[in-house]
Ligand binder design. Sequence first.
Ligand SMILES: Cc1cc2nc3c(=O)[nH]c(=O)nc-3n(C[C@H](O)[C@H](O)[C@H](O)COP(=O)(O)O)c2cc1C
Length: 199
Amino acid sequence: MIEKGKISQEPFIGILKNLEEAESANLVDWNAMNIASVGQMNQPSSRMVLLKKISDDGLVFYTNYNSRKGKEIELNPKVAVNFWWRELKKQIRVEGFIKKASEKDSDDYFNSRPLKSRVSAIISNQSSTISSYEDLTNQIDNYLEQNDEHSIKRPDHCGLYIVIPNAVEFWQERDNRTHERLKYFLSDNKKWSSHLLSP
Ligand SMILES: Cc1cc2nc3c(=O)[nH]c(=O)nc-3n(C[C@H](O)[C@H](O)[C@H](O)COP(=O)(O)O)c2cc1C
């Protein structure tokens, strides 16, 4: 399940259509996407995350703001996102900027998570070195024992990001490498245009 906000224009209509197709086909992790950021030494890094919401404003996912990706995004808000559904023979490539979603949206999302997931997010210093896996799970168990569920609030380091695309490419696999590529890009006048690309 992902949340669907107001979607009135391409390429967002197309992204949603593909997601709905992947969901209807019961594909595992149909809302998974790879997001790449760039570090201080111009080193790109990428990882999978789960899309939580789509609208004309962009693509929303949840993470730890202090993680490697969070630190990289803080220094360089340019990101790239990739969806691939093998069974649909489709790929979507997105380029754009990223920013934190509103505190209210992050609070609402955090509060919708199961208790253990909320506590795990509080305890985990995502991307930092830990002494042992057991130590991590003990910290989570201790936190659960010592805290009342109602006192659990979203910590500042957990929240939603929104990727605001300025280029989106739809790729459809066809026979004999005659793949179809349709690229949308945001022009200077802030209107979306499109053209076809050679495979
Ligand atoms: C299918 C899949 C979905 C994932 N979803 C998320 C997610 O929504 N948010 C998140 O922070 N990490 C998610 N992860 C874990 C990330 O890939 C990654 O390990 C973590 O965010 C730390 O990345 P970083 O050290 O580059 O910041 C997911 C991993 C997989 C394989």
